[in-house]
Design a protein around this ligand. Structure first.
Ligand code: GLP
Length: 246
């Protein structure tokens, strides 16, 4: 079942999403959170850090597993998702660093890297709340459009549109890695609850396709229509094509 929560703008979307994450942690202090990178969840992370500062939130028992990581980037590379998570959330709250997991982009052997991450996810006992952004082509994590839905953690070749979209974070497009390790679709679908954040008019088309179009691996996010508990928090612009449908 999909619930749509309409937010005024990016800040409103971020606060609403952070409220949902925060409620999850309050109700279940030892929650396993599936976390995402990109600009969509950034505002929510800021809110969570702020509420932690105020003493409203405690991450001491929380475990986190991130969706994805560029293959080949080391932890101290500013473009790595490991670095992003430490900079924007982990260093700002009292989460136990030993209980934060991001796929290890430095493992060259892809079979080993993916197997190791699947074992880590299994070891957490399962994700309680999975946070997701959506790529312009419908990717979730780095699950790119394909003929099939990939199940577990795997190595992907990033599509040209994804490389172009993510090049804004790099000095030049040549520096964007062409491969990544990502949690699989089945792992994402195994999460008890899913929280999607979408903002901006450039996401309006994919939001309509993903949640009101056919379910197909060519639009990976469309699989979310089959999940029992999905909340999509989007701003007016991102919801502009579905306003009459929700
Ligand atoms: C990246 C990430 C995804 C993210 C997506 C959207 O490629 N791997 O996890 O959801 O892009 O990013 P943004 O939120 O910046 O639009």
């Amino acid at each position: 079942m999909i619930r749509f929560v309409h937010a005024r703008d990016y800040d409103d979307m971020s606060r609403k999403a952070a409220n949902i994450i925060s409620a999850q942690i309050i109700v279940k202090p030892d929650s396993v959170l599936g976390l995402a990178t990109g600009s969509s969840p950034l505002g929510a992370y800021k809110c969570l850090a702020h509420w932690y500062d105020k003493g409203d939130l405690d991450f001491a028992q929380v475990t986190s597993v991130n969706l994805d990581e560029y293959r080949g980037l080391s932890h101290d590379n500013e473009q790595s998702y490991y670095y992003f998570m430490h900079k924007n959330l982990f260093s700002k709250v009292n989460i136990n660093p030993e209980r934060t997991f991001v796929p290890d982009g430095t493992i060259v052997d892809e079979v080993e890297a993916c197997k190791k991450y699947d074992e880590i996810i299994r070891g957490t006992g399962g994700v309680d709340l999975q946070l997701l952004g959506i790529g312009h082509n419908g990717h979730i994590g780095f699950n790119e459009p394909d003929e099939v839905f990939a199940k577990g953690t795997h190595c992907v070749h990033l599509s040209q549109t994804t490389i172009e979209a993510n090049s804004r974070f790099f000095d030049s497009i040549e520096e964007v890695p062409t491969q990544a390790y990502t949690m699989g679709i089945q792992t994402i679908m195994n999460a008890k609850r899913i929280l999607v954040v979408v903002s901006g008019v450039d996401k309006a088309e994919i939001v309509e396709k993903a949640f009101f179009g056919g379910i197909t691996p060519w639009v990976p996010a469309s699989i979310l229509q089959l999940h029992r508990d999905v909340t999509v928090v989007g701003d007016t612009q991102a919801f502009s094509k579905i306003m009459d449908l929700i």
